[in-house]
Design a protein around this ligand. Structure first.
Ligand code: PLP
Length: 334
């Protein structure tokens, strides 16, 4: 028995989804966390550290810009710890996530004006700064740059991936990137334990995280309109780009083949693994770990809706973007 379900973070299932006998893929199912995503790890760890180290107290307001999952997680843990929370979301935030954030007592501010990259992040961050300037005792969780967020992932999912890999051997780890905290903490831990593991970042076309042309994007939780500074301390070997249409198709394939009902970024990660190994010669079996950050359940009207899928695919076909100059099939980061 647990005293509160919110204390049951981590030790999420790791399931094999063998791509082939040579490419053994294991997916860490982060939707088994209490509020449904990997972000519980960061929200709970961050607030505990801030309260224990007296960086904040019960009178501090927490503020964050989130496309959804971190907002849902922070709203739950702020409520648990009795803290006021302001969440700045945007038009791509799923209605169900907005509802959950509000129901947990947070104040929600919704940005509807896109920024120059066709995303909403720059305007979300502008709003955060505006509120910070006029509010006393306010702490910005800042998943895009806060080392405590990377430390959360280093100490939890990073550790779990290293311990749970078959024979503790990880040849590759694939992670979707948005604010960059997950890949920063996980890559630091994995490279610490096993410097030979290749860390592969997964991004979507139209995201500017690693360079390349910007375009409007539709799937929350993958890609960004900025290069988050937290990534300066990430240890990434290569970046694989996938389209949003491919991501959606791969979500559906995960459900059809493996009974995994996963969110949009999980489809991106699976699409990237398929693409990467279809272009690579492998001479002995490799262990590939990956993170499926959230569940498909909240995406009924988007990822799993045919009309929405067709709209995204048509938009992508009509708006090709430039990839970063070094791009071949993947971008090597020296
Ligand atoms: C569903 C989903 N996948 C992946 C990520 C990427 O994680 P990070 O923001 O730590 O890069 C997020 C972040 O919001 C997410 O919501």
């Amino acid at each position: 028995m647990v005293s509160n379900i919110l204390n049951k973070i981590g030790n999420t299932p790791l399931v094999p989804i063998g791509l082939s006998p040579m490419v053994r893929v294991f997916a860490k199912l982060e939707f088994y966390n209490p509020t449904g995503s990997v972000k519980d790890r960061a929200a709970c760890y961050l607030l505990n550290r801030l309260l224990n180290e007296k960086i904040i107290d019960q009178d501090t307001t927490i503020i964050e810009s989130s496309s959804g999952n971190f907002g849902v997680a922070l709203s739950a843990y702020c409520k648990l710890f009795g803290l006021k929370f302001i969440c700045v979301i945007d038009e791509n935030t799923l209605p169900v996530n907005e509802m959950l954030i509000k129901l947990q007592g947070a104040e929600v501010i919704r940005i509807t004006e896109p920024d120059q990259h066709g995303g909403f992040l720059l305007n979300r961050l502008k709003k955060v700064r505006e509120i910070m300037d006029k509010t006393e005792k306010i702490y910005w969780a800042n998943q895009y740059g806060n080392p405590l967020v990377a430390a959360a992932y280093y100490n939890s999912i990073g550790k779990e991936l290293c311990l749970e890999a078959p024979r503790q051997e990880i040849d590759y780890v694939f992670l979707g990137v948005s604010s960059g905290g997950t890949i920063t903490g996980v890559s630091q831990r994995i490279k610490h334990e096993n410097p030979n593991t290749k860390v592969i970042a997964v991004d979507v076309l139209g995201s500017v995280i690693f360079g390349g042309g910007a375009k409007k994007r539709f799937i929350p939780g993958i890609g960004s309109s900025i290069t988050p500074v937290i990534l300066d301390s990430a240890k990434i070997d290569e970046v694989v780009y996938v389209s949003e249409a491919e991501s959606i198709e791969c979500c559906r394939e995960l459900l059809a083949k493996y009974n995994l009902y996963a969110g949009g970024s999980s489809g991106s990660v699976y699409a990237a693994i398929k693409k990467y190994f279809s272009e690579k010669d492998i001479y002995e079996p490799v262990n590939v770990m990956c993170v499926f950050a959230d569940s498909g359940e909240r995406y009924i009207t988007t990822i799993y809706n045919d009309t929405w899928y067709q709209k995204v695919a048509a938009y992508e076909a009509a708006h090709p973007v430039e990839l970063p100059q070094l791009y071949t099939s993947s971008l090597k980061i020296s």
